[in-house]
Ligand binder design. Structure first.
Ligand code: FAD
Ligand code: SF4
Length: 399
């Protein structure tokens, strides 16, 4: 007797370049490049916001909306600052993400790891793969700061018969993954997430580099850091820093992908374990353990880490409120004011978790205004309750 073919396998993936169901809001997560497009209406992060259901499915509970920490950082059971005692050369930070993935593969917890390498001729062009060796995982280290179709490998997972899998990804990819998790034929899925914000298409990245860096063609790596500057690392090992408040926001007003301008999953609420930097002191990584699976993943590498408790210092609220009119209009502050503001903010400004809250508040208010302006019909359903609570702390310009 032959088993009936699952209905999704009869669906047809969209060809590259074809308009996706989420239209301009598509983040190119890769789901629609596979026959799992069958589930797109329910699964797409931009067509169906369903945090409470997916959090309950993943962590056993949804965010407690009366808890400030839950609203900001998602369901979690632990948080810390950490760094590898021996950093991985060429990783985005100290390489905690790559190290966890390698340990999970080496110890047989998983048979493959979904991660994203770059193409041979472009260091910033993402190429999602299912890594089967530590070398494949290492080849995926460092951010590809562009929209990446990580879920485009989903069909290969079902067809290859893999049963235990780790997926590394950002929020929009993980929301869609969680929605189709039970269709993949897996016995065990682990999810290692990173926070993500202000992503761009490959063409948008070129514009950002050209308007912001003194030498766009030699940039190998960049990060928006807690010292309120963008740090560019160049091929020759030199570092260039540009203050946030000096970014040419008029030129860059439309550079960020519309998906990222309407995203409220900065902290990757559906991953088992999240590794970022923004809640940690400068030079350290920020770890959020969401559930027991995530704790088990972190335990594998604890002996390779220096660890310290998270801290919080300063008051972000005035700085966030002052920036709101600019988010509404895309005004560029002159360079001298940028530097001055940078110094003031550095002296009295938010540190540790308060910096993370600063960044979340700034992005949520900006994204709320973007969604209200461009997709008013989506506002009520698309903005999750925890984000509405955060945004309601600030005075927004009238509609
Ligand atoms: P590494 O060991 O270098 O590994 C990096 C991993 O990221 C690789 O496994 C690779 O598969 C994966 N990856 C690379 N590019 C992408 C992509 N485009 N989509 C999905 N997965 C990818 N952290 C914050 O705290 N605040 C932020 O605002 C923030 N913004 C980010 C924006 C983007 C686009 C990305 C990809 C990450 C962002 N992070 C942010 C996370 C942070 O920059 C580091 O990725 C994280 O701390 C892990 O560092 P690492 O040295 O351990 O990673
Ligand atoms: Fe499809 Fe993903 Fe784009 Fe949504 S974001 S339309 S699921 S490719």
């Amino acid at each position: 007797m032959t088993l009936a073919q699952p209905s999704h396998q009869k669906a047809k993936a969209l060809r590259p370049g074809a308009r996706r169901p989420a239209k301009d809001l598509c983040s190119e997560c890769g789901l629609c490049d596979t026959y799992y497009i069958h589930y797109v209406k329910e699964a797409c992060a931009f067509l169906n916001q369903q945090f409470p259901q997916l959090e309950t499915q993943t962590h056993g509970r949804s965010r407690d909306l009366d808890s400030d920490d839950d609203c900001y950082f998602g369901v979690h059971q632990d948080m810390m600052a950490a760094r590898k005692q021996q950093p991985i050369e060429g990783a985005q930070w100290t390489g905690i993400v790559s190290t966890i993935a390698i340990e999970m593969l080496n110890r047989g917890l998983v048979e493959g790891v979904v991660c994203v390498q770059n193409t041979a001729d472009d260091r910033f062009q993402p190429m999602p793969v299912i890594a089967r060796t530590p070398a494949d995982i290492l080849a995926a280290r460092v951010n590809k700061p562009t929209l990446s179709p990580n879920l485009s490998v989903l069909e290969q997972i079902e067809q290859s018969g893999l049963k235990r899998l780790l997926v590394i990804g950002v929020g929009c990819q993980i929301q869609a993954l969680r929605a189709v998790e039970d269709k993949l034929g897996l016995e065990q899925l682990y999810v290692l997430g990173t926070p993500c914000v202000d992503n761009v298409t490959r063409a948008g990245l070129q514009k950002f580099l050209e308007t912001t860096s003194r030498s766009p063609e030699t940039v190998v790596h960049y990060e928006f850091m807690q010292d309120f500057r963008v740090h560019f690392k160049h091929e020759d090992g030199s570092t260039e820093t540009v203050p946030f408040f000096g970014l040419n926001t008029k030129e860059l007003k439309d550079v960020f992908a519309p998906s990222c301008m309407s995203c409220f999953d900065y902290v990757n609420g559906l991953a088992d374990l999240v590794v970022g930097y923004m809640g940690a002191p400068f030079g350290w990584q920020w770890i959020v353990v969401r559930n027991d699976r995530g704790q088990g993943m972190l335990d594998l590498v604890m002996d390779q880490l220096d660890v310290q408790p998270v801290m919080s210092q300063g008051d972000r609220t005035a700085a966030v409120q002052q920036s709101i009119p600019a988010y509404d209009k895309g005004v560029t502050l002159p360079m001298w004011a940028a530097k001055l503001m940078g110094v003031v903010i550095e002296k009295i400004g938010p540190k540790g978790l308060e910096y993370a809250r600063f960044s979340i508040d700034s992005h949520f208010t900006r994204n709320y205004l973007f969604t209200r302006r461009n997709y008013p019909e989506k506002l009520a359903q698309h903005v999750p309750e925890f984000a509405k609570r955060i945004v309601s702390r600030y005075k927004l310009p009238p509609q």
